[in-house]
Design a binder for this molecule. Structure first.
Ligand SMILES: *Cc1c(COP(=O)(O)O)cnc(C)c1O
Length: 378
């Protein structure tokens, strides 16, 4: 079989048609027709207060750090097992990420380890919904309310996934989505900031529009616009928003197809889990996930790396992640690490991700499954 990549960006169908409309309309800069359409869709489908498209999830997290007024020395509690942007967005403002271990089942921030690391400088908790499976948001929101902390969901993996009755991104004070081409719904690079705390609506738009009150001006609420706060250029252009609109239209179908592929993997590896060769993904009953990722946990680094090379020899790309933030050079420099993080360190040695994209053919996934099973029996 020819090479099976880890991800193939999936085209939903109408991308070029909508980009053509942008060209015909002649508005290419941000906050136009398609941007507004995408934002309305996100607000309605996710049930968040307000959505602002951004040029990346990283940008949305940076906006969140500005919005909650992170000052040098402020502490932000987050998992060490995450992508660098979760931490970097706060470090840019002088904040100090406080890195906490993850749960053994979902690999999400361990809510039981959060309260003990809260200090007088703690400003926020940033739960990251790993693989589109929700963090224990009930307990996390409760801790945050009792200690008067903001909650910012890193929902880069989480579009269309739920915790109990709520879509991810609608629970915290703020949330960030990613439309990077490796995520479920894509626009190449792209993201959104979701704002659930009404008191932050107006300032969010100001930060988004380079620190000006242009949004109020466009709504006719002020008669000229000017510089009123710090901010940057966080808007995506309309071409990106048009592409994204074509994807959002098909978000339900894309998620369904991914879930179907995901369960093919999950069913096929039950036997290997029963015989103790690997551990499969755990989906807790509170969570409706979105099949963002299919991963396996092998017994150790040796077994994991052996399987990676076997798959590579058979033309299948299966990567792993993350280098825990507390072990990275910048993590050591910028973060506080109050406790040991044994689960994080172990998982980063044992985890393997398998190819998964919405356009993946049945015979392709069957071939990956057969090859994994073969690789584990040699
Ligand atoms: C992908 C990702 C990001 C960053 O998303 P971009 O849109 O590429 O900026 C942030 N956090 C997590 C957990 C991610 O997986």
């Amino acid at each position: 079989m020819k090479h099976i990549p880890f991800n193939k960006p999936f085209m939903a169908g109408n991308e070029l048609r909508y980009i053509q409309q942008v060209c015909a309309d002649g508005q290419f800069s941000g906050n136009g027709k398609f941007t507004k359409r995408c934002q309305a869709w996100l607000e309605e489908s996710i049930g968040c207060g307000k959505a602002l498209l951004t040029h990346s999830c990283t940008a949305a997290l940076e906006m969140a750090a500005i919005l909650i007024d992170i000052k040098p020395g402020d502490e932000i509690i987050m998992p060490s097992y995450t992508f660098v942007s979760t931490a970097n967005a706060f470090v840019l403002r002088g904040g100090i990420p406080v890195l906490v271990d993850i749960r053994e089942d979902t690999l999400n921030l361990d809510e039981k380890k959060v309260e003990r690391v809260i200090t007088g400088r703690t400003k926020a908790i940033v739960p990251m919904h790993y693989a589109g499976t929700a963090c224990e948001m009930g307990a996390i929101m409760d801790i945050a309310r009792r200690h008067n902390l903001a909650v910012i969901e890193d929902a880069a993996h989480g579009i269309m996934a739920k915790y109990k009755e709520s879509y991810l991104g609608s629970i915290g004070d703020l949330a960030a989505l990613s439309f990077h081409e490796t995520k479920n719904i894509i626009s190449g690079e792209g993201g959104a900031l979701l704002i659930n705390d009404k008191r932050l609506y107006e300032r969010a738009e100001i930060i988004w529009e380079k620190g000006t009150n242009r949004s109020l001006f466009l709504k006719g609420q002020v008669d000229k616009y000017s510089w009123v706060d710090i901010g940057s250029s966080y808007l995506p252009n309309e071409i990106t928003a048009a592409f994204l609109w074509a994807q959002l239209e098909k978000a339900g179908k894309i998620t369904q197809r991914r879930l179907w592929l995901w369960s093919m993997y999950q069913k096929s590896f039950l036997g290997l889990e029963m015989s103790g060769v690997l551990r499969r993904q755990v989906i807790r009953k509170e969570c409706a996930h979105n099949a963002h990722m299919y991963y396996l946990l092998l017994p150790g680094a040796k077994e994991r790396d052996k399987l990676i090379s076997f798959l590579k020899k058979n033309n299948i790309t299966a990567p792993f992640h993350y280098v825990p933030l507390h072990l990275a050079a910048a993590g050591r420099r910028y973060c506080r690490i109050p406790d040991k993080l044994p689960v994080t360190e172990e998982v980063s040695q044992r985890l393997l991700r398998l190819p998964l994209w919405a356009g993946m053919k049945d015979r392709t996934i069957k071939h990956v499954i057969d090859t994994v099973i073969k690789g584990l029996s040699v």
